[in-house]
Design a protein around this ligand. Structure first.
Ligand SMILES: *Cc1c(COP(=O)(O)O)cnc(C)c1O
Length: 456
């Protein structure tokens, strides 16, 4: 007999996963290795050590170990805000009059307001364990910077954040949260680094991008003794830490024998989506189950749907290793849309490989549809969603409406990555009916593709 499914499926504290799952272990076609930008040979442990913490480099390069133990210190921190709820969206289903069953995994229940804390605490822990003084990073919309500031204050580490200028100006309150947690915050591009000055010269008046901020943060990490650089998305290690989302979601669903048909997540650099889908993708890769897995990206920054699968720089300053990924070109600076966390030119190389192999699909959505979905969701489900997360909401609603037409009772699972309290300027624009979306032309993309590094 089917058990009555509650609004929220909570796990017990001791059901938080004790290990992260590394989906690469089950991939037949492994993601392409990072390449040295000068020699185009695969980056080794020794090559990456000056930039990243040792333990994180090991995780980054390990395509074969399926499970990594979550250290006790990280587990204790997880207990402060996990397990996160898996919510049955009964009210949204009712509103849409759909036969679909909709579930979302809500990662916004912590002060940083997003899933990013899951990896921030892990990265800060390994930096501390290595005896470092501090870490540097970039932040777009500010969620990653906030999460990292919280994690660094927990472990008493210095934290230097380069914040994309447009967000620094639009989101002064995020900046102040970071400073409250003890981080220093610099708008990027800045004149405090060599690469920042170079970018300012080439693109005067630029509002910045994640790619620029990464270059600055890497420079500061490599030129200051006792510092390393940490990144909040894109990298394999970040997907590994974020697997806690998917493992918890799966454990909760399993309690009620629920199997999703469709799994949806927004995709910026791919960390929440990679984390959410990982145990499900594992089953798919091992031929045990099949799922329809969907990445949702903004039409203004369409890496999967209009990008090229090629080696590219992760940053604008071209100081980082080359990653093979779906990319719009590292010189591509997306329009200043409001989903700051999705404004990255590239995509996780793990997800890129899975997408390339036809194991998942991708769609892009326009900003006004995203906010319409956010508003509809907020009004019935109570939660005020982040603009990034609302991309997934938008796609989930579309799928639920398709079910209404066909009468199919599909089970939809999506990742609700965070809350939107710091995005009220964007909501204001939407409420005032003055929100626009800039979609890049083919010519603009071609211009950017022409500058992709030549790698054979
Ligand atoms: C950063 C962020 C994203 C996008 O990043 P991914 O690495 O693609 O997950 C999505 N939602 C929120 C709330 C974010 O802060």
């Amino acid at each position: 007999m089917e058990k009555k499914i509650p609004y929220k499926i909570y796990l017990n504290e001791d059901e938080i996963p004790k290990q992260w799952y590394n989906v690469r272990a089950d991939m037949k076609n492994k993601p392409a290795p990072l390449l040295n930008p000068a020699t185009h040979t695969p980056m080794t442990f020794e090559d990456l050590r000056p930039v990243f913490c040792d333990e994180l480099v090991k995780q980054e390069l390990d395509d074969n170990t399926a499970y990594f133990d979550i250290p006790e210190e990280i587990y204790s921190f997880y207990k402060m805000y996990r397990p996160s709820p898996l919510v049955r969206a009964y009210c949204l289903e009712e509103k849409l009059q759909t036969p679909a069953k909709i579930y979302y995994k809500f990662e916004g229940n912590n002060t940083s307001g997003s899933h990013k804390l899951n990896s921030a605490i892990a990265q800060a822990y390994y930096a501390k364990k290595q005896g470092l003084k501090g870490v540097t990073t970039e932040t777009g919309a500010g969620q990653w910077g906030t999460a990292l500031s919280m994690a660094c204050s927990y472990f008493d580490l210095d934290c230097k954040v380069f914040m994309v200028k447009v967000s620094y100006e639009q989101k002064p309150f995020r900046r102040e949260v970071m400073r409250t947690y003890g981080a220093s915050v610099t708008p990027s591009p800045s004149d405090t680094t060599k690469v920042g000055r170079k970018i300012l010269e080439k693109y005067p008046g630029t509002t910045g991008s994640l790619g620029c901020a990464i270059s600055e943060a890497v420079e500061v990490a490599t030129e200051n003794e006792g510092y390393r650089y940490v990144l909040g998305s894109v990298l394999n290690q970040v997907l590994l830490h974020q697997s806690v989302i998917g493992l918890e979601a799966k454990a909760a669903l399993d309690k009620y024998n629920i199997t999703p048909d469709i799994i949806i997540g927004c995709a910026g650099g791919g960390s929440n989506l990679g984390g959410l889908i990982s145990p499900f993708m594992g089953e798919k890769l091992r031929g045990e189950k099949n799922y329809d897995i969907v990445a949702v990206e903004p039409a203004s920054c369409p890496s999967f749907t209009r990008g090229k699968y090629a080696y590219d720089f992760c940053d604008t300053g071209m100081v980082c290793p080359l990653a093979k990924m779906y990319t719009l070109g590292s010189g591509f600076i997306p329009s200043a849309n409001h989903a700051g966390g999705l404004r990255f030119h590239g995509m996780s190389s793990t997800l890129s490989q899975l997408y390339h192999d036809g194991l998942m699909r991708a769609i892009s959505v326009e900003q006004t549809s995203v906010f319409a979905a956010a508003q509809q969701f907020a009004r019935v489900e109570g939660i005020l969603p982040a603009p990034e997360s609302s991309h997934a909401i938008c796609a989930a609603i579309d799928e639920a409406l398709k079910c209404k037409e066909t009468g199919e009772e599909k089970t939809i699972l999506f990742g609700l990555t965070g809350t939107g309290y710091f995005d009220m300027m964007a909501y204001q624009k939407f409420n005032d009916g003055v929100m626009t979306d800039y979609i890049p032309t083919d010519e603009e993309l071609e211009k950017s593709f022409a500058e992709l590094p030549k790698v054979d």
